[in-house]
Design a binder for this molecule. Structure first.
Ligand code: GTR
Length: 409
């Protein structure tokens, strides 16, 4: 079936019409040298690939460290009926007269020392992830949504708990994990506007938008995840924890990029991340580079526009993004009805990252054929496709917890 999205380029949902394409080999350098050792991978090819993703896809993050002011805003040892501690911290970044505040919400299991922590963004504010009246509401711009009871571009009391179905907090705590939640709009409001969010704090004088090969919003959100890790690593309650980058959809693209950039993430999880996340660009199935650049011009670097309808020219594909996470475990989840995100392309990217995992003596996905629905595969690369739509469900969380447990044993 080929559908036309409002007079734009056709959207392909037909496996049989995918044009043959070639994937760049993660284990051959651009100068044609074959990589046969971890040392050569880490010293030659990995930096080369990382730089290609910066230069061509997500943009470089400008140099310069910003050290935030840290304030504990609230804490309680008696959250979630007494089984968890809640702690809320504000990280405030200031530069050149600009100020950005990031609210970090933590739920930590009371019975576990150094619990592994899922670190993940949400779409509408921390207050939406749980029905907990103590959660602080951000002042940052928020997309209006009737479902979320948000009408004036700012989080509301009525939005509390509206997205709790996406966060299996009880399961997470009961299994001995903690959750660190952040609102992505605190770091960069999700709109095509580079005068807000973190970007202006890094502008040189006279600059009003990132350079063509500099970060878009995904780069900014990935930067924010690393700043949260900086914080967690110096808080005595969380500094000895393991950190798991988690994200759904555009925020799954972000968790993969954050995990590639920052090796302090021990495990990386992408839920239904699709185009620009886990899915292979070169299949051009479902959402394409042209569609994503048209609809979300602010997500990638401007240099990425060169690949709209020219995926074959890309010197990378998303199997190499996952290869950047190696040897750390990476998990990719798809949903059967989420064809826009190209479930098979998500699986294949994981599969083709395998050779890099194998170089480390780790195990990739076993075959090029995706598993049937609801039959997770858990190697060092993990994958499942579940029944249902683009979303995060308890079934997804069950797999993430099981996958992390295997690796933290
Ligand atoms: C869609 C977009 C996808 C995905 C999704 C989301 O509209 O086309 O790439 O990121 O939004 O983030 O929910």
């Amino acid at each position: 079936m080929t559908l036309f999205a409002c007079g734009q380029s056709p959207v392909n949902y037909d496996e049989s019409t995918i044009a043959p394409f070639e994937l760049p080999d993660p284990l051959t350098t651009s100068a044609g040298r074959e990589i046969k050792s971890v040392k050569d991978w880490e010293q030659l090819r990995r930096p080369e690939i990382l730089n290609l993703f910066k230069e061509e896809v997500y943009g470089h993050i400008p140099a310069g460290a910003l050290v935030p002011k840290i304030e504990v805003m609230e804490s309680s040892p008696a959250a979630l009926g007494g089984k968890a501690s809640r702690k809320q911290v504000a990280l405030t970044f200031e530069k050149a007269g600009q100020r950005l505040q990031l609210l970090v919400l933590m739920y930590l299991p009371n019975e576990v020392d150094d619990p592994p922590l899922f670190v993940g963004y949400n779409f509408y504010g921390n207050q939406t992830i749980a029905d907990d009246p103590e959660i602080l509401i951000s002042n940052a711009w928020t997309r209006n949504s009737e479902d979320m009871s948000i009408a004036e571009n700012i989080g509301t009391q009525a939005s509390r708990g509206k997205r709790s179905h996406r966060w299996a907090i009880d399961q997470i705590i009961d299994e001995g994990f903690g959750l660190v939640a952040i609102y992505y709009g605190d770091v960069d409001p999700d709109r095509d506007d580079f005068s807000d969010g973190i970007h202006p704090l890094f502008y040189a004088s006279g600059q009003d938008k990132p350079k063509p090969n500099e970060w878009g919003s995904i780069g900014a959100w990935a930067w924010g995840m690393s700043r949260v890790l900086d914080y967690l690593q110096q808080d005595p309650q969380t500094q000895a924890s393991k950190y798991i980058a988690f994200g759904h959809s555009r925020l799954g693209k972000t968790s993969l990029w954050a995990g590639a950039l920052d090796t302090r993430f021990s495990v990386v999880i992408s839920n239904n991340s699709g185009c620009g996340g886990a899915a292979l660009f070169k299949r051009k199935f479902g959402e394409t580079a042209a569609a994503i650049n048209r609809n979300f011009p602010h997500w990638f670097s401007d240099s990425f526009n060169a690949y709209s309808n020219k995926e074959e020219d890309l010197p990378i594909d998303q199997h190499m993004l996952m290869a950047l996470v190696a040897p750390r475990p990476v998990y990719i989840a798809s949903a059967e009805e989420d064809q826009w995100a190209d479930p098979k392309g998500e699986y294949l990217a994981g599969f083709h990252a395998g050779p890099v995992y194998e170089l480390y003596g780790k195990k990739g996905l076993p075959t090029a054929e995706p598993p049937k629905v609801n039959q997770p595969i858990m190697k060092d690369v993990g994958y499942h496709i579940r029944t249902g739509k683009h979303d995060v469900t308890d079934h997804d969380w069950e797999q993430y917890i099981a996958f992390c447990k295997r690796h933290f044993k």
